[in-house]
Design a protein around this ligand. Structure first.
Ligand SMILES: [Zn+2]
Length: 374
């Protein structure tokens, strides 16, 4: 005799329990009489069909009919019963399949003693690794990390950095310009940034001094690829602006940074140079960390430093007051603040550090080369 959902008269906990017990008893009895898949489908529909299955009737005859004060208990009871019915119907199907010889179980058998699939662990790209190392040295000094767009306007890449209109860097020979920009004013024309310095201006526009930032990123130049040039490479720049910043601060900061990067025995040396956005400007050399400054590796000459014992590592200088004029309205009055800036090529440092003899190896994606940094 098939189970029929009764109309409940007694919604008390005891009444609910009795009704629930009857229902579960009926579920068990019907499940045990299911002998094949066709019978199971009839059984499933009787209990779970959306239109007039037992579960639907439970909603209508128990939950909807319950007086307001019992709704919560009845709701909980109905939910529990639904879960039990779903499990019971599922179990009945498994029993049908198991009874057919357990062939499905056999087919799905998993040998848990077999070794798993080994997934090779990845590694940081040597250039990114170097970039991160440089950044973390300056982060420890209290610098924050700033980034900016790789496609820049002429204004941020050149004009605001004090490049005169006919500076050779603005030539097609050196810079990759975006096509179809001729209709725009010169300052709005787009190009691939040739250095990360535009981020210095962008940051000074949004943050007031004092400022200490380090800027890692990709830059592009119109250089044909060869062993030491790539049209795309990576820079890290830094900028510190405050009152009374002097060249001594620049030297002290960079000397400390080089010792953190290459070891405490490294010495630094500055020689005059020129950049449009710094005045005075300097190139910084470090004692060659491959030969220790001797210029020789045993009986052989040291190639990375060309036997001089010194390696040119970065450009730096005091921020030119003309650059501050572009962001004067945000608190960078050149009469009140001063600052220093520096920039280095992360790829070049990675080349020196790891003794790589061709910059192209970094970018042509040969896994055998990159695996060495695992
Ligand atoms: Zn050397």
């Amino acid at each position: 005799m098939a189970y029929k959902v009764p109309r409940l008269a007694d919604f008390s906990p005891a009444g609910l329990e009795t009704a629930a017990r009857e229902l579960l008893g009926a579920l068990e009895a019907e499940a045990s009489s299911v002998g094949n898949e066709t019978e199971w489908k009839i059984f499933r529909d009787r209990w779970m069909a959306r239109k007039s299955g037992v579960l639907t009737l439970l909603n209508d005859l128990w939950l909807k009919a319950a007086p307001q004060e019992s709704k919560r208990e009845v709701g909980q009871c109905v939910n529990q019963l639904k879960a039990r019915v779903e499990v019971g119907v599922e179990a009945a199907l498994e029993k049908v399949h198991g009874g057919a010889g357990g062939s499905q179980l056999l087919a799905e058998r998993v040998d848990i003693t077999l070794p798993g699939i080994r997934r090779p662990s990845g590694a940081e790209h040597p250039v990114i690794k170097t970039l991160n190392e440089i950044v973390s040295v300056f982060r420890d000094l209290g610098y924050s990390v700033e980034e900016g767009p790789v496609v820049e306007t002429d204004y941020y890449n050149f004009e605001a950095l004090n490049f005169p209109p006919h500076h050779p860097a603005r030539d097609m020979q050196d810079t990759l310009f975006i096509a179809g920009q001729a209709a725009k004013a010169q300052c709005d024309r787009l190009l691939l940034r040739t250095h990360t310095s535009p981020v210095q201006i962008r940051t000074m526009e949004k943050m007031k001094p004092p400022l200490r930032i380090v800027i890692p990123g990709k830059v592009h130049r119109n250089d044909p690829p060869d062993a030491s040039h790539s049209p795309m490479f990576h820079q890290v720049e830094g900028l510190a602006v405050d009152t009374n910043i002097t060249f001594a601060d620049l030297k002290g900061t960079l000397d400390h940074a080089m010792k953190s990067l290459f070891g405490s025995s490294v010495k630094t040396h500055f020689r005059p140079s020129f950049f449009p956005f710094t005045e005075p400007s300097a190139e910084m050399m470090v004692t060659c960390f491959i030969c220790g400054g001797s210029g020789r590796r045993g009986p052989d000459p040291c190639r990375p430093c060309k036997t001089t014992g010194w390696i040119e590592i970065l450009g730096c200088g005091m921020v030119d007051p003309n650059v501050f004029e572009f962001v004067k309205d945000n608190g960078y009055d050149p009469k009140k603040v001063s600052g220093f800036a520096f920039g280095m090529g992360a790829d070049r440092i990675a080349i020196l550090k790891y003794g790589v003899d061709d910059i192209q190896l970094f970018f042509n994606g040969d896994v055998r080369f990159l695996e060495q940094w695992r």
